[in-house]
Design a protein around this ligand. Structure first.
Ligand SMILES: [Mg+2]
Length: 168
């Protein structure tokens, strides 16, 4: 169970993800969460650092795709703003949407990374398929009330993973 909840990497923000390292690992595609990973929850403003990182990723030849549990309207808007394809109402951690993203990018699970701010959706979903999972710290403390409750369990899991030496 711990294995499925443990991200391969834990970083402060997307811009700290080392694209060179990902390349070295043979990763060709990045499946990224939207809310509190690329933009603050319920906000459309994109930080310049995030734009820069996405641009760099594309220049390095990575395919990037948004997979979000949020609705069509929000995802379409941000998909347009960020110039990235998006899959909405993804029902993460279910595998279906991750598989759709892989198919869209024409990649195998070992060739893709998942980036997200939540253990029970992004990381669990990605690990179930054997994707390279990267947990980022949420961009803002504002979020959906349900998510805020889940964060309490998430804290326990992250503490447990650290204690067991799984999480660096
Ligand atoms: Mg999120």
């Amino acid at each position: 169970m711990w294995k499925f909840l443990c991200p391969k990497r834990h970083v402060e923000s997307v811009q700290e993800i080392n694209l060179h390292d990902l390349k070295e690992k043979g990763i060709k595609g990045i499946i990224t969460d939207l809310d509190n990973t690329l933009v603050c929850w319920n906000d459309e403003a994109v930080l310049p650092a995030v734009t820069k990182w996405l641009k760099e990723a594309k220049e390095k030849g990575f395919q990037v795709c948004i997979v979000s549990n949020n609705n069509k309207e929000r995802c379409e808007q941000l998909s347009w703003n960020l110039e990235l394809p998006a899959i909405w109402q993804a029902v993460k951690p279910r595998r279906r949407s991750f598989l759709r993203a892989l198919k869209m990018m024409d990649l195998q699970p070992y060739q893709a990374a998942v980036v997200g701010d939540q253990v029970f959706t992004d990381i669990l979903g990605g690990n179930r398929l054997g994707l390279y999972t990267i947990l980022v710290k949420p961009l803002s403390r504002r979020e959906f009330v349900g998510t805020r409750c889940v964060r309490q369990f998430e804290k326990v899991v992250l503490f447990g993973l650290k204690k067991r030496g799984h999480l660096k």
